[in-house]
Design a protein around this ligand. Structure first.
Ligand code: ADP
Ligand code: GN1
Ligand code: MG
Length: 365
């Protein structure tokens, strides 16, 4: 079935004019569809859901439609505009949240949020502070959402201990004979293996609270107003699950406080920017308000290192495994991504004390 035919399976309310590839996510395949509705061209986001990564699509879409309905009510009750500030799932003509074609491929459609931009890199620290407010506000808004009613979209998603085990398995199996060429990166992971079970254990022991978290808070997963730079809408809701606030904070720091791109091959361009850390932390702590504990506050630096380390380890695991998970555009793409993450971890280790004093300075506790 053509992509236009797929869009026609949804209640878009008009004539489908075109469907083109869009965006640069690593997981799903995204398209923009233009639909003529009563003489006006409107855009929609069509996504083919990566069912290797998300095998239980029904559960995933239940999570997303329930959470977005909840957030829309909160936003509207506070005088906001939920049509712009919350993702809107467009139902299929038979009232479902996604469409399955004859090949078993699953598609969904969201309303396109116009006059926004998804940034790959921070150009203006104030904009990054806004992203912090948006992600902090996101966790805060979902504080009263019943976490136990959510499905676990990817089991053990930020369970760093289990990610470490996957890494060991891939390195031992050495399926595509790459381990010898990445011994330095393998050693980097092994030297830090004791980091991996800390948050998992503290969550299990209830020293850290389990919250509804986004779990994929990279900078390009919040849309910014293209004129004012203010945050508009948190997107990419596939990984909303019960988790730790440290995951959301840490993943945003990982992706936003990098002076280079996530896949920059020239490591001299990649470094951890503590100034940006301060901007984001101020925004995040403002957004979260008092929905944070002292232990969480004191572990924000650790969470940043852990999420950066975990992501680098995942890229390395995928490289050792023959690149089956993340989309790659050239053979060493995952290795380049891994190296940027490990460079950031090394940088953060050197300024941990400064990161801690910034968190204390802006926390409302
Ligand atoms: P992935 O999981 O592959 O990262 P995303 O859901 O983040 O996919 O979408 C990929 C890109 O599509 C985003 O970075 C953004 O540019 C764009 N996008 C996604 N949803 C919307 C939307 N509702 N309105 C406008 N742009 C969107
Ligand atoms: C993936 O979907 P996307 O591109 O926003 C990945 C994240 C990684 C990120 C690294 C479901 O995010 O966990 O941190 O790439 N998402 C999933 O860029 O695995
Ligand atoms: Mg994304």
């Amino acid at each position: 079935m053509s992509h236009c035919g797929i869009v026609n399976k949804f209640k878009v309310g008009g004539e489908v004019l075109s469907v083109e590839p869009y965006g640069n996510g690593h997981i799903n395949t995204t398209y923009v569809a233009v639909v003529n509705i009563d003489g006006v061209n409107r855009r929609f986001i069509l996504q083919k859901i990566n069912t290797n990564v998300f095998p239980r699509v029904g559960e995933l879409m239940d999570n997303i439609s329930n959470v977005t309905s909840f957030m829309a009510k909160v936003v509207d009750s506070e005088g906001g505009n939920s049509a712009r500030e919350v993702m809107t799932v467009v139902p299929t003509i038979d009232g479902k949240t996604f469409f399955t074609d004859d090949n078993g491929d699953c598609y969904r459609i969201y309303v396109f949020i116009e006059e926004t931009v998804a940034l790959q890199i921070v150009e203006d620290p104030k904009v990054f502070e806004g992203a912090g407010r948006a992600f902090g506000g996101f966790v805060s808004m979902l504080n009263s959402y019943p976490a136990s009613s959510l499905y676990e979209a990817i089991y053990n998603f930020h369970n760093t201990a289990s990610r470490f085990q996957n890494f060991i398995n891939a390195s031992d199996a050495d399926k595509v004979k790459r381990a010898d060429s990445v011994q330095a990166e393998i050693d980097f992971v092994l030297r830090r293996s004791s980091m991996c079970d800390k948050v998992v254990t503290m969550l299990a022991d209830k020293e850290l609270p389990l919250r509804v978290t986004h779990n994929d808070t990279k900078l390009n997963n919040v849309l910014m107003d293209d004129k004012t730079g203010e945050p508009v809408c948190v997107i990419d809701l596939d990984t909303i699950m019960p988790g730790s606030l440290l995951y959301d904070f840490g993943d945003a720091i990982r992706s936003g406080c990098n002076t280079g791109l996530e896949d920059e091959p020239d490591l001299s361009k990649v470094s951890f920017d503590i100034n940006l850390y301060e901007f984001f932390t101020r925004g995040f702590l403002e957004g979260i308000g008092d929905n944070i504990t002292a232990i969480e506050r004191d572990m924000l630096s650790f969470g940043s290192m852990l999420m950066t380390f975990e992501c680098g380890m995942r890229f390395l695991t995928d490289y050792l495994d023959g690149d089956n998970y993340f989309k790659i555009h050239y053979p060493t793409h995952n290795l380049d991504r891994c190296r940027t993450q490990f460079k950031l971890v090394s940088d953060m280790e050197k300024v941990k004390d400064e990161m801690d004093s910034i968190a204390r300075r802006y926390c409302k506790l």
